[in-house]
Design a binder for this molecule. Structure first.
Ligand SMILES: [Zn+2]
Ligand SMILES: [Zn+2]
Length: 250
């Protein structure tokens, strides 16, 4: 008998903006992925109490999380790790080789299992970390590729190496184009023309849905909103996205 399709569901736990009273807005990013073999927390926001408070407000039990993947070592993505591990340390923590040792030390002390990512790495079927992207000397980062029956999405932390380049690399790794890119796009200081060329590159790659949040910048978010039209997703802390349905219906 076929299993009913529960769908892959993404919940934004921490973001600079919030959509729900009781869910606190704060500079940083964290999201939760449910519905695959593993329940995955991608990034942990900037502050432990906000991460834990928002999780509780959103009905997320720390004990249900199997894996924590960190996009890059900036405080606004790793700051909540200690408080999370104090609540639940029976997890795999995925870090890049280039992270400062303090992050792995903290995770090891809490009793978590450290997984050092040195290339594209499958967390479970349907969830693959890209491994370190970006030029040495710059701020490097990994993205999370999510595959449902209906399409693929790339989740970014800050997209420091550039969101279009990350999406292109993610497509190579996944063997097919990204339909959705969601996360921080780091375009706070970019000119309108460079933001528009990023959008052009994404559209050329076949990215039909865009969900810029966190460090994308308000102005850039508005440019994405008008350029993408119906393909724009307004994502904030408290937003819940059924990825399976979204990617099917696009
Ligand atoms: Zn950030
Ligand atoms: Zn960053």
């Amino acid at each position: 008998m076929e299993q009913p399709d529960e769908g892959v569901v993404l919940t934004i736990v921490c973001d600079n903006r919030s959509r729900k009273p009781g869910v606190e807005a704060s500079w940083g990013f964290s999201c939760l992925l449910r519905g695959l073999e593993k329940t995955i927390l991608f990034d942990t926001g900037g502050e432990g109490p906000i991460l834990m408070g928002n999780m509780s407000e959103l009905g997320i039990d720390p004990g249900e999380i199997d894996s924590v993947a960190l996009s890059h070592a900036h405080w606004d993505h790793t700051g909540g790790l200690g408080d999370f591990l104090a609540a639940s340390s029976d997890v795999d923590v995925y870090v890049l080789e280039s992270f400062p040792g303090s992050i792995s030390d903290l995770a090891a002390r809490a009793g978590a299992r450290i997984r050092v990512v040195t290339g594209p790495t499958e967390i479970c079927p349907g969830a693959v970390l890209t491994g370190e992207l970006g030029a040495a000397g710059g701020m490097t980062e990994q993205g999370l590729v999510v595959r449902t029956d209906s399409g693929r999405a790339l989740i970014t932390g800050c997209a420091h190496p550039g969101v279009a380049g990350m999406a292109a690399r993610a497509s190579e790794i996944a063997g097919g184009q990204m339909t959705l890119v969601l996360g921080g796009f780091h375009l706070l200081k970019s000119s309108e023309s460079s933001i528009r060329s990023v959008i052009e590159e994404l559209v050329e790659q076949g990215v039909r849905l865009a969900a810029p949040c966190h460090c994308t910048g308000e102005a850039a978010i508005e440019i994405f909103r008008s350029a993408y039209g119906d393909g724009f997703l307004d994502c904030r802390a408290g937003t819940v996205v059924d990825l399976t349905a979204l990617l099917r219906d696009v």
